[in-house]
Unconditional design. Structure first.
Length: 216
């Protein structure tokens, strides 16, 4: 597992999470510490610029990022890609979830998430409730410097509301409805969302397979 840059001052081996999002780093840092790992983000490697994610699937994009970071740092790297897949739209917006409505004009006072939701609800305006099924998907990829790779997938099934609800979360959370608990994702606390979400499920799958992945 260790390379010449794999430990800091003789301490725990380091693994890089391909993000500058402190929340994502904190989410995995605690569980990985149980395996003797120090998790760091891309802020520790300012020389790494933007990584173009031009894959056709979540798996491809996660691997693109993890491979690039592992190559640049000489450390094991973890990356993820997430999005919303809508049954009535043949899986769209999928890997384009974050930029789904970039071809639409922004309304006054609207942010990018709001514009994405507006376009999505417009696309589904004539779709009945029974056909509004969807799922959030997260794929996490881990890549070692020696080229060994692992991908895991987490999904959160639900359906799409006809109008936003709740003020928590981000992205499509206000229109994603979890029928099992009768609330939109944006109506959940952070703890409730982590326990049910696609990202939480992918992280749990990664941690389950981590010991075997890191064996020589």
């Amino acid at each position: 597992m260790e390379t010449k840059t794999g430990t800091e001052g003789g301490g725990r081996p380091r693994v890089v999470l391909a993000t500058r999002n402190a929340g994502k780093i904190a989410e995995l840092a605690g569980p990985l510490s149980a395996f003797g790992v120090e998790l760091v983000g891309l802020d520790a490697f300012p020389e790494i610029g933007d990584i173009v994610e031009d894959g056709a699937t979540f798996e491809e994009n996660a691997l693109i990022k993890a491979r690039a970071v592992a190559k640049a740092t000489g450390l094991t790297a973890i990356a993820d890609d997430s999005g919303l897949m809508v049954d009535a739209l043949a899986g769209a917006p999928g890997v384009y979830s974050a930029r789904y409505a970039d071809d639409w004009e922004m309304l006054p006072g609207e942010n990018r998430d709001g514009r994405n939701i507006r376009k999505l609800l417009h696309a589904l305006e004539d779709v009945p409730a029974e056909r509004r099924g969807c799922r959030f998907v997260t794929v996490m990829a881990a890549v070692r410097p020696d080229g060994r790779e692992l991908t895991v997938r987490g999904e959160w099934p639900g359906s799409l509301l006809t109008s936003p609800r709740g003020s928590n979360g981000f992205g499509y959370d206000p229109v994603f409805f979890d029928a099992d608990i009768g609330r939109a994702a944006a109506e959940l606390t952070r703890e409730e969302k982590t326990a049910r979400s696609h990202r939480g499920r992918a992280a749990a799958a990664l941690l389950k397979r981590w010991p075997g992945f890191m064996e020589a």
